[in-house]
Write a protein that binds this ligand. Structure first.
Ligand SMILES: O=C(O)CCC(=O)C(=O)O
Length: 266
């Protein structure tokens, strides 16, 4: 694993967009005020307390189809709890990263998902995956972007998100017949950066992860190969996420289960 250090947004939106287009991700530091981070963390902790209490001893599997409307276990010990912008108490288009989203996906870009993902101490690294597949064989600009906000200082031991730099251009199963969409989107043991360039002369995409100061944001093309790393610390690792899509784009592999943790009529 290589750590190339903090690459802040730079002075212009153009620069941020260029990096997003080249690398498939950008790290934005110093964007969120402490009060915003405190609000996101506070709501996330309260929500996760309520949801895990309501979940109780009900069995929950791994992956979105085996979860509930209110909680999905993305990989062992890694929990995803949806929280809407209104529940977070924020206005989506006033958030500091919105100009980058609007410039990349269009001013009519839509909120797709938001919530908190936290990993328990001792939880393992995920398998590499993308969040949605390419939609045409010819490369297109991103149809969806994810923003992940560090809700506290995240050390490497806590397992930040790891990216395969530039891999958003290599995950196109419609262009590369050796790739299988479901094996990219769902977590498959055999999916890895090397797999994307098998049988070609192309370089293996570089694995990159960063220690994240509280309030820093990772913005990434959701076709980029990525994974949450294992949490080798003794503390929970929490990130809030906000996902956006181009107007009209509506793939949903994120929350496939329709069952609720609450009894009917709750
Ligand atoms: O926990 C993370 O850092 C990434 C989580 C993720 O990519 C996922 O669950 O799909």
């Amino acid at each position: 694993m290589k750590h190339t250090g903090t690459r802040a947004i730079g002075s212009s939106l153009d620069d941020a967009q260029r990096r997003l287009a080249n690398d498939g991700f950008i790290l934005l530091t110093g964007m969120c005020e402490a009060s915003l981070v405190a609000r996101l963390l506070d709501v996330s902790l309260g929500r996760s307390r309520d949801i895990t209490a309501a979940l109780g001893a009900q069995a929950i599997g791994i992956g979105s189809a085996a979860g509930f409307l209110e909680i999905v276990q993305r990989s062992p010990g890694r929990w995803d709890i949806p929280v809407s912008p209104a529940e977070f108490g924020v206005e989506d288009r006033s958030l500091p990263w919105w100009p980058l989203i609007a410039d990349t996906l269009g001013a009519d870009a839509e909120h797709a998902f938001s919530g908190v993902v936290y990993s328990d101490p001792g939880s393992p690294a995920q398998f590499w995956h993308i969040d949605s597949p390419h939609v045409t064989a010819k490369y297109q600009p991103p149809h969806a972007l994810n923003v992940m906000v560090a809700l506290h200082d995240i050390t490497l031991a806590m397992g930040p998100t790891e990216f395969a730099a530039g891999s958003h251009r290599l995950t196109n199963h419609l262009h590369n017949p050796l790739l299988v969409s479901d094996e990219l989107v769902y977590q498959y043991e055999t999916t890895c950066p090397e797999r994307l360039v098998a049988g070609t002369q192309k370089d293996v995409p570089e694995r990159i992860s960063f220690p994240l100061p509280a309030g820093s944001c990772l913005v990434f093309d959701d076709r980029l190969l990525h994974r949450g790393l294992g949490n080798e610390s003794t503390s929970r690792r929490s990130v809030a996420y906000f996902s956006y899509r181009q107007a009209g784009y509506c793939e949903n592999t994120h929350f496939e289960s329709q069952r609720s943790i609450y009894p009917a009529g709750h």
